[in-house]
Ligand binder design. Structure first.
Ligand code: UGA
Length: 439
């Protein structure tokens, strides 16, 4: 945003001094293609990073709240309701620091009507005479393409209440500096909040739908790649989010659907809650089915078997491992007695170990059943099977003849994302297992 709005100062503030120091250094705390260049070009111009929350809010016309909204772990909301403590704390901090009328924008994904809660906190804790307008401007960017998604968004949604017209216009004018006006949509506050949850739920539902069909493909000998292409060419359906996989991951889909299920239950809409819950159950069963199928292909007994795992991030283009289905696959393989050698181009060793269930990780570090490797060839060396668990494009371009030569025979290639050329691998002597196809 700073790069597209040169006349406007953007102050990013966080109470975590370590994170802010990283944002001010050469090694940013997250990996995102294109982000480093952008930060480097704007930092010190109209973009700053600091821990001085008060000073930044005092000088701001508009404050965006972009804090964590995880699933609740305690009490009433266990496993479903969103934990809004960070949002509430931020609202109180903004109220205390603001000296003049301020627009407060929800960027974090929040349950419907959180805007009312924020408005109430601002009113309770704000100084007399200071007015606040709360807007919802949900974030639709995907990890791995975040910069592109922000610079060329399909749409920007700005929700506000009846008395927020000026505030909505102000935020619209910010985006209008680089987004075509027809893509900037204004609506009510609750509609904007729900649009975010509904968008993620609909995307996740497509993945679960195609994954359910992949199971049928494997049973009848059809090929999910053909079925997806055939369905996606209908313009009413569209081709995106129809890639079969070992299941969706990431911090958003699971959490947002859980939030939607909880919201529906709390509104007494039980059938609605069950409907969305089934999207999650389908997702879990896809991961488990993948493990069962890989195990069966290798003779049904994995005790002591060495397995190479390529990819651990929840999707390609990111080092993020939150809710990664690869961790669930690895845990299930370890529970069946397999020894794992894992390689991911972007995920460091510590992070992989921390992701695995604590009892598995602890057990494995003592008996060397879990190795983290610095490349795919080291991981494949001596393995009975190679499993692709993240669709990194580089896995399709590996020297598979070399990999075959390094592995125990017969060598299995198990593709959870259809990034490998199954036919070419079979010609090299591999036995192949592909999601959504009979072999
Ligand atoms: C998702 C949404 O796509 C964004 O629009 C949204 O802003 C974001 O959540 C959020 O709420 O912050 P993200 O989680 O970064 O973005 O990644 P996606 O590209 O949506 O992928 C999610 C998961 O679905 C990944 O595990 C991916 O491998 C899987 N997936 C996706 C499939 O298995 N098949 C597909 O066809 C597409």
């Amino acid at each position: 945003m700073a790069a597209r709005c040169p006349g406007i100062q953007f102050a990013v503030v966080d109470s975590d001094a370590g994170r802010i120091a990283a944002w001010n250094s050469d090694k940013l705390p997250i990996y995102e293609p294109g982000l480093e260049e952008l930060v480097r070009s704007q930092r010190g111009q109209n973009l700053s990073f600091s821990t001085d929350v008060d000073a930044a809010v005092r000088g701001a016309d508009l404050v965006m709240l972009a804090v964590n909204t995880p699933l609740g772990q305690h009490g009433q909301g266990l496993g479903g309701a969103t934990d809004l403590r960070c949002v509430e704390e931020c609202a109180r901090a903004v109220a205390r620091a603001a000296r003049r009328s301020t627009i407060v924008v929800e960027k974090s994904t929040v349950p419907c009507r959180t805007g009312a809660l924020i408005a109430k906190i601002l009113q309770q804790h704000g100084r007399p005479g200071v007015e606040f307008h709360v807007l919802s401007n949900p974030e639709f960017l995907s990890e791995g393409t975040a910069v592109r998604d922000l610079l060329q968004p399909d749409r920007v949604i700005i929700g506000g209440q009846a008395d927020s017209d000026d505030a909505q216009r102000a935020l619209c004018s910010l985006y209008a500096r680089w987004v075509p006006e027809e893509r900037i949509v204004t609506m009510g506050l609750w509609s904007a909040e729900l649009t975010k949850l509904a968008s993620n739920a609909l995307l996740a539902q497509r993945v679960s739908s195609i994954n359910s069909i992949s199971a049928v493909c494997e049973a009848v000998g059809a090929d999910i790649a053909d079925v997806s292409r055939g369905c996606g060419m209908d313009s009413r359906i569209g081709g995106q989010f129809l890639r079969a996989s070992i299941g969706f991951g990431g911090s958003c889909f699971y959490k947002d659907i859980m939030g939607l299920v909880w919201l529906s239950e709390s509104l007494g809409l039980h059938e609605v809650a069950e409907y969305w819950d089934q999207v999650l159950r389908m997702n879990d069963s896809q991961t488990a089915r993948f493990v069962r199928r890989a195990t069966q292909a290798m003779g049904g007994d994995l005790d002591g078997a060495q397995v190479a795992v390529l990819g651990f991030a929840y999707k390609a283009g990111t080092g993020d491992t939150r809710c990664t289905p690869a961790a669930r696959v690895c845990e299930q393989l370890l529970a069946r007695g397999a020894r794992l050698a894992i390689y991911d181009p972007k995920v460091p060793e510590r992070q992989i170990r921390d992701c695995l269930a604590p009892h598995e990780a602890a057990r494995c570090s003592s008996d060397r059943r879990l190795r983290i490797c610095s490349d795919a060839y080291k991981a494949a060396s001596g393995a009975r099977a190679v499993l692709v668990l993240t669709p990194w494009a580089e896995f399709g371009c590996l020297d598979w003849a070399r990999i075959h030569g390094l592995m125990a025979q017969p060598a299995y290639a198990v593709d959870g994302h259809r990034v490998l050329d199954g036919l070419a691998l079979e010609q090299l002597g591999f036995r192949t297992v592909s999601i959504g196809a009979r072999s």
